[in-house]
Design a protein around this ligand. Structure first.
Ligand code: NAD
Length: 249
């Protein structure tokens, strides 16, 4: 039941990290997958890279039109593209707040809006949004990023309510700290990246970072008929951080 044969999936941010792992997994299960990304050049067959900026409505519309032109349908949308921000509420000027919310929240709105007419035609329609434990955890020095992911959580519930009766299920995954190029870049900027990584791993409940493949597995589940009675759920993939009510440090 995680067979995606004949189905078409769109994965935003699909050229790296969680998005790329998800795209590869869906393709391995038979989907034709379009990776919408700012930098689609590195996307390799059978995945199809499509240049798109989710913060630009014209760009999103053109990318979705290109996917439909090429594949004739869209069944699964994985709204995964996102960017980070650090600091407390004093750290980022208004234009930075607008930029991050524009990518992390409105990006999902734009892609969903453009894809919905096609999802309505699908017998197996699903949207999976990439949220984060930042939506719930009260992470220190992540005010803007946390606010953006809190909005993704609420947006997921609202979209699920609006579209479940149309046969379009909307859910989200909420990764803990995942081992992706994004986190690699953060670690590399530390004075001692190896020591920083070891400390970060030690802070996770299960003593290691979440793998991108583990997040991809949760996305594939929520995109597949295996989860056919699940809507409006945000599935934590965080080693138990949220479920066990642990405090991130
Ligand atoms: P990543 O940086 O490895 O990949 C993100 C991809 O998104 C990149 O290919 C980038 O080019 C693309 N992208 C960025 N802005 C874009 C835009 N405006 N339009 C189109 N594409 C754009 O990051 P990742 O760690 O794989 O993160 C993916 C998602 O997972 C993000 O939404 C992030 O918030 C979320 N997340 C990550 C972690 C983590 O620890 N890595 C934890 C929780 C949630």
């Amino acid at each position: 039941m995680t067979d995606f044969t004949d189905l078409v999936a769109v994965v935003t941010g699909g050229a790296s990290g969680i998005g790329l792992a998800t795209a590869k997994l869906l393709a391995s299960r038979g989907a034709r997958v379009a990776c919408l990304d700012l930098k689609p050049e590195g996307v390799e067959a059978p995945l199809v890279g499509v240049g798109a900026d989710v913060s630009d409505d014209e760009s999103v519309r053109a990318a979705i039109a290109a996917v439909v032109e090429r594949f004739g349908r869209i069944d699964v949308v994985v709204n995964n593209a996102g960017i980070g921000a650090q600091g407390d509420v004093t750290a980022n000027p208004d234009d930075e707040w607008h930029r991050v919310l524009d990518v992390n929240v409105l990006g999902m709105v734009r892609v969903s809006r453009a894809a919905l007419p096609h999802l309505r035609e699908s017998p197996s329609a699903a949207i999976v949004n990439t949220c984060s434990i930042a939506a719930w955890a009260g992470l220190p020095q992540r005010a803007l990023y946390s606010a953006s992911k809190g909005a993704v959580h609420a947006l997921t519930l609202a979209m699920a309510a609006d579209h479940v009766r149309e046969g379009i299920r909307v859910n989200a995954v909420a990764p803990g700290t995942a081992d992706t190029p994004w986190v690699g870049r953060l670690l590399d900027s530390a004075p001692d990246p190896a020591a920083e990584r070891a400390a970060l791993e030690a802070r996770q409940p299960h003593g290691r970072l979440v793998s991108a493949d583990e997040v991809a597995g949760a996305v594939a589940y929520l995109a597949s008929p295996l989860s056919g009675s699940t809507a409006g759920t945000v599935l934590a993939v965080d080693g138990g951080m949220h479920g066990l009510r642990l405090r991130p440090t």
